[in-house]
Design a binder for this molecule. Structure first.
Ligand code: FAD
Ligand code: UDP
Length: 371
């Protein structure tokens, strides 16, 4: 069988590899001039590995995904932490007991800590929209504080609406955490590929059964194949017949600074100040040595298909009911097709992290081959 895989991001690359290992012919096309999709990285002239589409940290609890991914490159043991500037204080995010003591006077922090432990289990994670439903006066004060200082303005910048305007699962990604664990993720496996994501994905695609064509858009590609696996946007595949699925885009403003470090951490969030949401400093990920450093300020905006700016791309599906309803119409159309399968952040219109994109590719492969 000859397979066409559209998109050489994590989803398309993982699926291509699995097909090739099952002795199938695979042609992978990508309209970009590089592989790895949004996880693409490159070494700049100062030897700093830059994540072109924003910081990417691999993290998973899935042994299956981790085992698969580690076949294509070694990872360091980087554990991601995020700081946020709240009322001029640089503190840790997710909001946890350490944050509590950073932002409040000790007596107040202690009282709030005791109240929290009376009402929630130690080590539990509480989504902010749940946390707001407090009857106790002190806890209500704390919930309102966290909502206002961490979520309200950041989410408005990131999504263009307040936290109730997107699916609760979005803000639940960064819950209030009743713990002193300052890590952003608690997953068993975490790290950054030592040679970068691009090399990892290139290695995944290096197989005699796989042919890769870059700068090739599906709409212009004429070829013969028996199956199509499509990781582009599902509405585009169907020529937007039911309307366009909305996406958020991000504009990264990169700067090379004449100093060894610009900030003390890879990512610092600015929930309340400035128009950008966060600043990334990439050399922290692989401990790159240079007397210069590269940062990127992240500005969110709508994806606008008519905008002729190559930075304005589909980064985030916008999870909310009306968009899911629109996606479902396309999904129903997709089910009518024979030998055409959709996957990935854009194909499934889901807010997948890299591990979930890989897992989906593995599961789709198993489904198609067990059919
Ligand atoms: P993509 O990476 O978007 O790849 C799709 C590919 O398809 C693209 O290369 C595109 O050019 C190609 N394509 C689309 N349409 C066509 C067409 N018509 N013809 C040819 N080619 C086409 N995940 C994490 O696990 N950890 C993180 O820290 C993390 N940080 C992130 C930060 C940001 C700012 C963003 C936006 C995402 C982040 N992610 C993170 C998510 C991660 O980027 C995705 O999970 C992953 O990229 C999904 O891979 P994919 O292959 O599904 O999609
Ligand atoms: N969020 C927030 N303030 C923060 C961090 C996150 O309001 O300081 C919210 C915001 O809505 C964001 C969501 O939580 O979109 C998920 O954050 P995450 O860091 O997972 O976003 P990603 O890295 O995927 O952009």
């Amino acid at each position: 069988m000859k397979n066409l895989v559209v998109g050489a991001g994590f989803s398309g690359a993982a699926l291509s590899r699995l097909l090739a290992e099952a002795d199938e012919e695979v042609i992978v096309i990508d309209k970009k001039n590089h592989v790895a999709g949004n996880s693409y990285d490159y070494k700049d002239e100062n030897g700093i590995m830059v994540h072109k589409y924003g910081s990417h940290i691999f993290h998973t609890n899935s042994e299956k995904v981790w085992k698969f991914i580690c076949k294509f490159g070694d990872f360091n043991q980087y554990m991601h932490k995020v700081y946020a500037v709240i009322d001029g204080i640089e503190t840790t995010i997710p909001f946890n007991f350490n944050t509590l003591y950073n932002v409040f006077p000790e007596t107040l922090a202690k009282r709030l800590e005791e109240k929290l432990l009376d009402n929630f289990k130690y080590n539990s994670k509480v989504p902010v929209l749940e946390f707001l439903k407090q009857n106790d006066k002190d806890l209500k004060f704390l919930a309102d504080y966290v909502y206002e200082k961490v979520f309200l303005h950041y989410t408005t910048k990131q999504w263009g609406v307040n936290p109730t305007g997107v699916d609760g699962a979005v803000t639940a990604r960064v819950p209030v955490y009743l713990s002193k664990d300052n890590r952003y993720f608690q997953d068993k496996y975490q790290g950054i590929p030592l040679n970068g994501y691009t090399v990892l994905v290139e290695t995944m695609l290096k197989h005699h059964k796989i042919k890769l064509l870059l700068n090739t858009d599906y709409k212009d590609y004429k070829g013969h194949y028996d199956r199509i696996f499509y990781t582009g946007s599902i509405d585009e595949y169907f020529d937007y017949k039911f309307g366009r699925l909305p996406y958020r885009s991000v504009n990264f403003k990169f700067e090379t600074k004449e100093c060894e470090f610009y900030q003390q951490n890879s990512v610092i969030n600015y929930p309340c100040n400035y128009d950008f949401t966060r600043i990334h400093e990439f050399k922290h990920y692989l401990n790159d040595k240079s007397d210069k450093t590269v940062i990127a300020k992240e500005y969110s905006e709508n994806f606008d298909p008519d905008k002729k700016d190559c930075n304005n791309e589909r980064y985030y599906p916008v999870p909310k009911d009306e968009n899911t309803a629109l996606y479902n119409k396309y999904f129903e159309e997709a089910k009518k097709l024979k030998n055409v399968y959709f996957l990935g952040r854009l194909g499934d219109y889901r807010y997948y992290d890299m591990d979930k994109a890989v897992l989906r590719a593995i599961e789709l492969f198993e489904e198609v081959f067990n059919a």
